[in-house]
Design a protein around this ligand. Structure first.
Ligand code: GDP
Length: 320
């Protein structure tokens, strides 16, 4: 990879895309193309085609996606499957048409079957039934992997895929209902502290386990995978099993997470679980052996990452 490469980060205003842009700059890449959503609508094929024919792109990070937590996935399933399929198909196909050799597609740990053996290895993909609350999103993300593999097999491209676990950190979406659990709880505990509320409600039973990765670490892992030589990537993957998990290899219960967030925020009241809200999949811990053997591991512990995320919330969201 040359530091002079022209790099398109699709989804550069989102939490992960923005972190990838920061990491690329830190690593000395200067020619980074970051159109806004208003400049380039990735759902529109003709817009994406025009973009690639006008720009001379060498590398693509495909971090654009319609994302959300368990409630949003359950409420807007059509938006999740349609927008994600369109974004992936348009970007991957048009990148190939324009002669882009290197692309990194970002998926999600929800691609794996609901009852996959834990920790979940890359080869558990397509071995069982998916978790229904996010099946449409998962199907779109599985399609993204298969698009990359199919273009590689037919056209000799070097399109790679990474599957990050649940991410959090600066630039997260703190919407009260549509967010993921960490930003949702940061907001709720913060507001409860401000309002001196006696208790905070946490969805579900508190029993599900989740693995969380700080977004700066995830971005670092993406650059690491993109930077592997084609030979090393090929040796550690298979043409039709080409994705690499990104995670910490450790998980916590939602109850443990809630207690830690309350502590980081400084909320001393009661935590009440609402079992009428969905738990989602019982556990989704990543097996990160493939990435570990390729020389990468996460740096930021959960508590430290939560403190950084809360500082970002206070600086950028709470004030507004
Ligand atoms: P998931 O990993 O796809 O299930 O995504 P989420 O981050 O939305 O949810 C993770 C777990 O946290 C689920 O078991 C939720 O029921 C639970 N949870 C508890 N409180 C909240 C909350 O306020 N927001 C969200 N999104 N999830 C919550």
């Amino acid at each position: 990879m040359s530091k002079n490469d022209r790099i398109f980060v699709a989804g550069n205003r989102g939490m992960v895309g923005a972190a990838i842009v920061r990491k690329l700059r830190e690593h000395g890449y200067k020619d980074i193309v970051t159109p806004s959503h208003a400049d380039l609508d990735l759902v529109q094929q003709s817009d994406v085609r025009n973009f690639f024919s006008e720009q001379r792109i060498d590398q693509v990070y495909l971090a654009a996606a319609k994302v959300g937590g368990i409630h949003a996935n359950n409420t807007y399933p059509a938006d999740f499957i349609y927008q994600n399929l369109m974004i992936e198909t348009n970007v991957i196909h048009e990148a190939w048409r324009a002669g882009v050799k290197h692309l990194l597609f970002l998926g999600s740990s929800c691609i794996y079957p609901k009852m996959a053996a834990q920790p979940m290895r890359e080869d558990s993909l397509l071995t069982g039934v998916l978790e229904p609350t996010n099946e449409p999103y998962a199907i779109a993300k599985i399609t993204g992997i298969k698009l990359c593999e199919s273009y590689n097999r037919q056209y000799g491209t070097d399109y790679r895929s990474v599957m990050p676990t649940n991410l959090y950190g600066p630039g997260d979406n703190y919407h009260p209902e549509n967010s993921h659990v960490i930003p949702g709880l940061i907001r709720r505990f913060h507001e409860a502290k401000q309002g001196s509320l006696a208790q905070v409600e946490v969805w579900g039973t508190g029993a599900p386990k989740r693995e969380f990765l700080y977004v700066e670490d995830a971005a670092e892992a993406c650059l690491h995978v993109m930077g592997l030589s084609a030979e090393v990537y090929a040796r550690n993957t298979e043409p039709m099993l080409s994705h690499i998990n990104i995670g910490t290899g450790e998980d916590v219960t939602i109850r443990e997470l809630a207690v830690t967030i309350a502590d980081v925020v400084g909320y001393g009241g009661k935590i009440a679980f609402d079992p009428t809200k969905p738990d989602g999949t019982p556990r989704k811990l990543m097996d990160v052996g493939r990435l570990g053997s390729l020389g990468w591991r996460a740096k930021t512990g959960l508590r430290d990452g939560l403190a950084l995320a809360y500082a970002d919330f206070l600086a950028n969201t709470a004030k507004r």
